[in-house]
Design a protein around this ligand. Structure first.
Ligand SMILES: Cc1cc2nc3c(=O)[nH]c(=O)nc-3n(C[C@H](O)[C@H](O)[C@H](O)COP(=O)(O)OP(=O)(O)OC[C@H]3O[C@@H](n4cnc5c(N)ncnc54)[C@H](O)[C@@H]3O)c2cc1C
Length: 427
């Protein structure tokens, strides 16, 4: 049974959803919570639901750390604090990191040519936090639900867009809403169903992810070495181990995945230039083919895309979730403001503003990340040599360093209000 919300004037409706967010990953769950909480004091708040096909099971507090982790920025911390999700993430599983050390394989890992970003340069206690992905997702969903939001367990199969509403066919029935938010990841069914085309290209690289224990302490530092075959990063974890993200050309990655654990550990030691001493695998290796994706439009009639559904960037800069959470905050800020002015939350004027805002922020970041991948991780030509020398030059300029630190903190560009400063939780 479907219900046409166009028959419900704003402010009096008792029918189904104003906004249905497809995908309750970290980004979708946060967007739903922001939309729901942002209008809770209204006479008739926005009715928001999340449709999620694969909600993660709760983790026992003493379970070993998962190898799928993300580096979250200050901006992301603020957004997750605003929805009340941050305190739901067990502090014993969160590792703040205070510096980043980045170097090219042509220089020594502890020499003056290593580019070092220290939180202290910017007067910050840390540059961000390394947290398991599933904990971020679970905390955002739990915050949304504890504020009265509805999570529907089901899978989107098809959607049909009408003038005043959208019908969604799912594995658990048909729903109608006035705005659909596609937060269903890189292979977004929302994006496909509404025919929003995307530029997509393969990096011909595979990211190998695992947790390792190191002989030397990680020093609350994210280490990243640019190799001629890719990038090798060590992200510090709360249990003293590190999460490796080794983005290697496909032809390099295949044998790395096939070799024995001890051969892999030896190769890791060699490619990390022994910066953390001997290394022992603590988890299985898992792999992700790497692609770049940018939707040509982030919005269509009564639809908006956020997070990986709209843009997928190379993981070398650890920006995917962070950019997605900024999408969630920007979209909800505009929709909540429109709703308070008694405008339709799915109005094209609101969606266009969102698209302009986020596209102009993301495009230069995606270009810069591509440039790092092309010239630092791979190239051998003149541009690459300049880029490699550039690492040492950046290291010598406090001002340029501060610029990069601000970006790493997620505090550059035009920020949504909630990311600009720490605010009290919305509920
Ligand atoms: C190796 C690697 C390392 C990374 N490291 C970092 C990092 O350090 N920092 C960082 O910020 N980013 C990082 N990223 C990127 C980050 O993982 C993604 O950007 C992020 O997961 C995107 O979140 P999302 O919520 O948009 O999408 P997803 O996490 O993909 O969530 C989409 C959700 O939608 C659901 N879904 C899908 N289809 C349907 C459907 N039809 N119906 C209902 N539900 C559906 C899925 O079950 C899922 O829960 C990394 C990525 C990789 C590959």
């Amino acid at each position: 049974m479907t219900h046409d919300p166009s028959s419900d004037p704003i402010g009096t409706a008792t029918g189904p959803w104003d906004v249905l967010v497809v995908g309750g990953g970290p980004v979708g769950a946060t967007a739903a919570a922001l939309l729901h909480m942002g209008t809770r004091d209204a006479r008739r708040p926005l009715r928001v639901a999340v449709l999620e096909l694969n909600r993660p099971a709760a983790t026992p507090p003493d379970a070993p750390l998962d190898s799928r982790v993300s580096a979250l920025s200050r901006a992301s911390e603020r957004i997750l604090t605003a929805i009340g999700a941050w305190p739901l993430i067990a502090p014993t599983r969160v590792q703040p990191y205070e510096r980043m050390r980045v170097w090219h394989e042509t220089v020594q890992p502890r020499s003056a040519d290593v580019l070092e970003f220290d939180a202290a340069y910017a007067g910050e206690p840390n540059l961000g936090y390394i947290i398991e992905n599933r904990l971020i997702q679970m905390a955002a969903l739990a915050a949304f639900e504890s504020a009265g939001g509805k999570v529907i367990a089901g899978e989107l199969s098809r959607l049909r867009v009408h003038d005043h509403h959208v019908d969604l066919e799912t594995s658990v029935g048909t729903f109608a809403c006035r705005l659909v938010v596609g937060a269903d990841g890189a292979r977004s069914s929302v994006r496909e169903s509404i025919g929003l085309s995307a530029e997509r290209s393969s990096y011909h690289q595979t990211a190998i992810v695992a947790n390792v224990r190191s002989e030397l302490p990680h020093e609350r530092t994210a280490w990243q070495r640019f190799l001629h075959t890719g990038t090798l990063a060590f992200l510090p974890l709360a249990d003293g181990c590190s999460s490796i993200v080794w983005s290697a050309d496909d032809s390099t990655a295949a044998p790395l995945l096939a070799m024995s654990r001890s051969d892999f550990e030896q190769e890791l030691l060699r490619q990390s230039d022994s910066v953390l001493g001997a290394l022992k695998l603590r988890t299985e290796r898992v792999s992700f083919p790497l692609q770049k994706l940018t939707a040509l439009r982030f919005t269509a009639h009564r639809c908006a895309l956020i997070g990986d559904a709209a843009h997928v960037v190379h993981p070398l800069a650890g920006q995917g979730v962070n950019l997605g959470l900024l999408d969630a905050a920007a979209l909800s800020e505009l929709i909540v403001a429109a709703f308070r002015m008694r405008e339709d939350p799915g109005a094209q004027s609101v969606l266009r503003r969102y698209e302009r805002w986020r596209k102009s922020d993301i495009e230069p970041i995606a270009l810069a990340i591509d440039g790092f991948n092309r010239h630092l991780a791979h190239g051998a030509g003149p541009l690459s040599r300049i880029a490699q020398r550039g690492l040492a030059l950046v290291n010598r300029s406090d001002e340029v360093k501060r610029f990069f630190i601000t970006r790493a903190l997620g505090l550059g560009g035009e920020l949504p209000r909630l990311a600009r400063e720490r605010t009290a939780p919305l509920h």
